[in-house]
Structure formats: C-alpha cells, structure tokens
Design a protein around this ligand. Structure first.
Ligand code: SAH
Length: 388
C-alpha cells in the first residue's frame, strides 16, 4: 500500500523540486495498486480507471483537468499525489527517424530510451536499471557499471513521455508507440519488483493498451526469474544467447557460469509449455567478428535449438570505444543466417538503427554513478589495448 510521508527532497536531487513535499507518484502504481490507493483514501476503486484514462490516454498530469472527478477529490489528489515521469535532459533525432531520450534519474544519473519507427510498427526500447550489474563483455552498459533499479514510474515514464512527444509531432496519433522492448539499459529480470507492475500497465487497456505480443522482455538468462515472470504476466520473451556452447557463452555472458545453457534451454521449454500462450522465443545473437560468427557456431546453434519454436535475431555488433570486438562482415552474417535457415531455423539479420546518435543496440550508456566499482576492472589493459 502506498504511504504518503511528508518529507523533503534532498537538495541537489535533479529529479526533485527542492521546495516540494513528496507526493505519491501515481505512475508508480498499476491498476490494482491504484485501486488500493483510492480505497485507502475512502474512495470508490473505480476512480483508478478514471484517473488512468486521463493519464495514459490523454496525457493529463493536472488533477484539476480531470473533470469527471469531484472537485474535493481533485483538490485532495493535488495535495497528496502527482503524475511525474522522469525529467527529459535531451532528445536527439537520427537521420533514419530513430529518436533517443536522455532522462535524469536521481543521484546525478541518467538513462536512455530509443524510439525506432518502422513501416509496420513503432518500437520503443526502454531501460529497466541505472546501468547493469551483469558484465556482458560486448555491452557498453556493462562498462558503465551499476547504480540501482528503476522504479515503476521511471520505467513507464519513458513510454509515457515518448507517446506524449510523438503525439505532439503527429497529432493524428498514428505515430505513437505500438511495441515496447525491454532491451535498453539493465537486466529486467533483476528488477522484477518494478518490471512486473510496469509490464501490467503496458498491456492494460486503461493504460498503454499494447498487445501482449508487442511487449518483449529481454533477458541474459536469469533462469529462476524466467519462471516467475511467466507466472506473473503474459508478455513475449527474448533471450540474449550470443553463443551456442557454454565455453564461449561463459566468456561473453558471464551469467552463464551460474545458469548454463542446459538450464537456460530447459527454462525456455517451460516458458513455451504454458498452453495458449506465445508461439516462439526470440533469441538474440550479437555478431562478433571471428568470435561467435563462424559456420561451426551456426551448426552448433541449430543443434542447441533443436525443434524449439524459436526465431533468431542476428544483431550486428555495435562498436564502442575500447570494446575490443569488431562487427562481423555482412557476408559472415548472411552465411550464418543461411546455415540456420537451410536447417529450418527462422533467422533474421537486424538492421542497425540510430548509430549516428549512439542509439543502436548496446550503445545505451547514460550517465551512471558506478556503485559496482566496475571501472577498476577496465582500468587494467584488456584485449591488448592501452590502459583507459
Ligand atoms: N539485459 C537484457 C536486456 C538489455 S541488452 C539482455 O541481455 O537481454 C539488449 C540486447 O542488446 C541484448 O541482446 C544485448 O546482448 C544486445 N547488445 C548489447 N551490447 C551490444 C552491442 N554492443 N552491439 C549489439 N548488440 C548489443
């Protein structure tokens, strides 16, 4: 249950207003939470749906504009509650239509989210943590280290802000967000507490009203949490595989040492086994020149997947300074894809988008005050580079 302590923001908190009392941020509550909030106020639970419609369908933040709510309740809400998405620090447009937002997150941190318009869909790639605690060797977010989990309002606030900004540019509404992928900064399954209510809001008709097939959680393979997600909310699943055997995956995705491939694949089968739900799992595979892109890796991947209903998404590696990796050649990517396809595995090679504004996969880094002290590790020379 939400409580409403009357405290002051700490000075210097960029997300806060120094002279304001702390209010309950209604973007932190899914429908169930909001109904409980109104019951606690002695109000009817259906006020939740009324407020959600204003907030999510019309982008209204001022309770005084919510005209189907009585004036006394509007005044009460104005005193104790607020609708607050994270503050936008910047918004950049790429030549290919991709748009990237940078949001201020308390403690001097920032996170990013990216809008990727396509012919048939408008995808928003959102962050779930400030930095990332995992240490995938080819990911820029990993280099930034980890600070903390995002709250529900910080997660859904990214979608809410994007929708508002897109609707301003396209008042007909045809360019709003249609798909959400949790593939920005962070590991979603290590922030279940906020990610689950956020996912519920994404697929709730009273909130973002997205199809559950159009909301995709991407995980590096946090096996126990895959089962929990599956029990909590029905959305699509992507698994960041990147390697077809444990030896290579241990190197690229160190989490594999705790949850090796046999465990991961078994979790995927459990996820698929649940009756009337999704038909396949998306496997992401970043294409690293000479590392995981050889024909033998493709053959191994075919055996690993067996007859699992799967789609493989081959992602050209997006370089960043000091990564130590190179992107696979176009020929290597096509050769890899052909081996998979010839053996009946559905494979697509993802086009890289938004590179000119550092918005491509794995390039989202934001500004993270690293509490994991990961920088120490990279202060040592690596892959034959000079020290940073
Ligand atoms: N932690 C989650 C979600 C964030 S990463 C996960 O691992 O799935 C989202 C996707 O971007 C993952 O598949 C990740 O492996 C990929 N990625 C990370 N760094 C990349 C890079 N430098 N180039 C291309 N893709 C990258």
């Amino acid at each position: 249950m939400p409580t409403h302590p009357v405290t002051f923001f700490s000075p210097g908190d960029p997300g806060g207003r120094p002279d304001a009392v702390e209010r309950a941020n209604l973007l932190d509550l899914d429908r169930e939470g909001l109904r409980a909030f109104f019951v606690e106020l002695g109000e009817k639970p259906f006020r939740a749906e009324q407020v959600m419609k204003w907030v999510y369908h019309y982008g209204v933040t001022d309770f005084n504009e919510m005209t189907n709510i009585s004036r006394p309740l509007r005044e009460r809400l104005s005193a104790i509650a607020e609708i607050r998405a994270p503050q936008v620090l910047s918004c950049q447009d790429s030549a290919d239509g991709t748009r990237k937002w940078l949001f201020a997150i308390s403690g001097g941190n920032s996170i990013e989210c990216v809008f990727i318009p396509d012919e048939d869909r408008n995808t928003l790639c959102i962050s779930t943590q400030v930095g990332c605690a995992l240490d995938c060797s080819f990911c820029a977010t990993a280099r930034a280290g980890f600070n903390r989990n995002l709250t529900v309002s910080e997660i859904v606030g990214q979608i809410w802000t994007a929708n508002r900004s897109l609707l301003r540019d396209h008042p007909q509404g045809e360019r709003g967000v249609s798909n959400v992928v949790l593939m920005g900064m962070g590991e979603p399954l290590l922030n279940m507490k906020a990610v689950v209510p956020a996912l519920k809001l994404m697929i709730d008709d009273m909130a973002f009203a997205l199809s559950k097939r159009h909301v995709t959680v991407s995980t590096s393979g946090v096996v126990p949490k895959m089962d929990r997600l599956h029990e909590a909310v029905d959305v699509s699943l992507a698994v960041s595989l990147h390697a077809p055997n444990d030896e290579l995956r241990n190197e690229l995705v160190p989490l594999n040492k705790s949850h090796p491939l046999d465990e991961l694949m078994a979790a995927c089968w459990r996820w698929l086994a649940d009756g009337n739900r999704k038909k396949h799992i998306m496997f992401e595979y970043v294409m690293l020149d000479g590392v995981n892109d050889r024909p033998e890796h493709a053959h191994e991947l075919v055996s690993l997947l067996g007859n699992m209903p799967a789609k493989v998404n081959l992602i050209p590696f997006n370089p960043f300074e000091g990564s130590g990796y190179r992107r696979s050649s176009e020929e290597a990517i096509q050769r890899f894809a052909k081996i998979l396809r010839d053996r009946g595995v559905f494979a697509i090679a993802r086009r890289t988008r938004g590179e000119d504004i550092d918005a491509a996969c794995g390039q989202l880094a934001g500004e993270v005050e690293d509490r994991s002290k990961r920088w120490r590790k990279f202060a040592e020379p690596r892959f034959g580079e000079r020290a940073l």
